[in-house]
Structures are given as C-alpha cells and as structure tokens.
Design a protein around this ligand. Structure first.
Ligand code: NAP
Length: 285
C-alpha cells in the first residue's frame, strides 16, 4: 500500500511557495498578508491558528491574528471584517470556525470580500466552483486533490464515493471531483447519515473519501480491494488522534491511503497558503 504522506507533500508545496513568494516580493514590493480572526478560547481552534501562523511565517507570508473575546458583539466582528476588506496590506481573510454561540458565522462569511476569501466559503466562490470558474477553493478538498496529483492518482473515469456532505468538505469535494480534468472527471456518489446501504455504496468505489467525524467508521469489509482511501476525519479518542477509517485493517485492502495524522490535515494548511498567494497575485496584477 502506498502511504499518501500529506505531511511531506505539504512541506514540498510550502517550500515551492516560499521560493515563489521570494520572487513575487521583489516584483510587487511587499509581502503577502493573511489576517486570521479568532474569536473565543476554543483550544482546537487555537492550535489550528498557531499552525497556520507558523506555516505562513516559514513561507514568507505576513500572518496577523486578530483575537477577540467570546462575548464580542456581531457588530464589532463585522466591523473588523469590513476594516480588513479595505486594508490593502491584507490579501486574505480567514475567519476561524466555529464561532462562539450567539454569533452568526454565515453572515460574517458573506461579508468577507470574495477576492480575499482564502477559505473559499463565500457563496460567490462556492458558486464559481459549481460553475467550474476560477475562484478560491475550499482548502481541505483542494488540498486532497493536490495530494492525488502529487501521487499521480488520477480520478478520471473512476467511481468516487464521498462520505459526508458538509459545506466545508463533502460537498465541495464532490463538486471538484465532478469537474473536467484528470484529477476530476469522476462518477461521484455522496453518502450521508440518511444513505441506505452505505457500506455497499462505499464498496463500489475506486476512490473513497471519508469526512464523517466518527472514529474508524470505514472498515475493511466496506472497501474494494485496491481502492484509494482518503481519510479526512480527525477524532480525539483514548487511543489518541484517529481518522474516520480503520487504518490498520485497511492496510491489506487499499492500494493507497492517507494516515491520520499526517495526511489531509497538513494539505489543508498548504492549500490555505496557495490560496493566499493567489489572492496576493490577483491584488497586484
Ligand atoms: P460535519 O459537518 O459534522 O459533517 C459530517 C458528515 O458526516 C455529515 O454530512 C453527516 O451526515 C455525515 N455522517 C455523520 N454520521 C454519519 C453516519 N453514521 N453515516 C453516514 N454519514 C454520517 O463534519 P465535517 O466538518 O465535514 O468534518 C468531518 C471530519 O473531518 C471531522 O472529523 C473533522 O474534524 C474532519 N476535518 C478535517 C479537516 C482536515 O483538515 N483534515 C478539515 C475539516 C474537517 P448528515 O449531513 O446527514 O448529518
């Protein structure tokens, strides 16, 4: 089985970006800028934000964190977004989700300038993905496609089953897989909690993408021999961090698989940097 090493691949992508940014800085006379908004004290969000900051620094992106108390008002948060929309040194704006209760995240996401929406969550960018137009792509699914590209595992003409239909992973991933291209052109099935015969659906897949949030949900008997398995899940259990797939038992069945940790997670961060550099280039050209 080929281990789809997202950690290593992400480091390669980030190094390529560092070199690219060095050249662009000379041309444009400034560094790319990412503004990260973190509201409240959610420990997981704090770790994610820190990891994104470190990755930005190493690549030469100026990342500025805007930390707000959990009791901040919707109005104050919206004012900050508007200020960042109008700040020429800010190429990308990332609103770390989830927001504390009482704040309307959809409203905030829709307020972000689509040209600075490096998370790809604004309805304009979601619509562009649907239409196959250039625009910012949601980081986790776009990072997954890059990982498949780097391992030369084209999905064209293959059957792909995506388990999970969230707006940040399942739906955009399904949409990317059904676009035109070698790492798209798939026949896509999306499964969720109301899917009857889910195991049968998954068993028919050449490519399985699990984005469920349930530890070791996808088991050996559900996967076709030789299938490629991409595990998006991050579940904190007594055994530590585990994915949505039963990695140990799938080793003898899958032809290639992502580990957790070290698979999709690092690719998500790398894609955020890719999107930020794209925004930076767009703003300067
Ligand atoms: P989510 O919004 O909770 O969505 C989970 C999806 O799984 C839903 O569509 C749900 O179906 C489906 N589901 C839940 N239980 C199911 C069951 N028993 N059978 C079939 N489908 C079921 O989660 P998410 O944000 O997409 O995240 C999924 C996982 O990926 C989580 O572990 C999350 O931590 C991880 N994640 C990782 C990264 C990364 O960078 N590696 C990024 C984002 C998320 P319904 O729609 O019918 O409820």
């Amino acid at each position: 089985m080929i281990l789809l090493n997202g950690k290593e691949t992400a480091l390669t992508v980030r190094e390529e970006l560092r070199v690219e940014i060095e050249g662009l800085k000379e041309k444009f006379g400034r560094s790319p800028g990412l503004a990260v908004i973190l509201v409240g004290e959610d420990p997981a969000s704090q770790v994610y934000v820190r990891n994104k900051e470190i990755a930005c620094e190493k690549a030469g992106i100026i990342s500025t964190a805007y930390r707000m108390d959990a009791d901040v008002s919707q109005k104050e948060l919206e004012e900050l977004i508007i200020r960042l929309n109008n700040d020429d040194a800010v190429d990308g704006i990332l609103l770390q989700l989830p927001l504390p209760k009482g704040l309307d995240s959809q409203r905030c996401l829709e307020l972000i300038d689509p040209g600075k929406d490096v998370d790809g969550f604004h309805p304009v960018n979601v619509g562009k993905l649907m239409l196959g137009l250039p625009g910012f792509r949601s980081c986790t699914p776009a990072g997954i496609i890059t990982l498949l590209e780097r391992y030369n595992l084209p999905t064209s003409g293959k059957k792909a089953v995506v388990v999970g239909r969230s707006n940040i992973v399942g739906k955009p991933l399904a949409m990317m897989l059904m676009q035109y291209g070698d790492f798209a052109n798939a026949t896509v099935t999306v499964c969720h909690s109301r899917t009857p015969n889910l195991a049968e659906e998954v068993k028919s897949a050449d490519f399985v993408f699990a984005a469920i949030g349930m530890p070791r949900f996808v088991t050996k008997d559900m996967v076709k021999e030789g299938a490629v398995v991409v595990d998006v899940g991050i579940n904190r259990t007594d055994d530590g961090l585990v994915g949505d797939c039963d990695f140990e038992n799938l080793e003898g069945v899958a032809s290639a698989m992502t580990p957790v940790p070290g698979g999709v997670g690092p690719m998500t961060i790398a894609q955020l940097l890719v999107n930020t550099v794209e925004a930076y280039r767009n703003h300067n050209e």
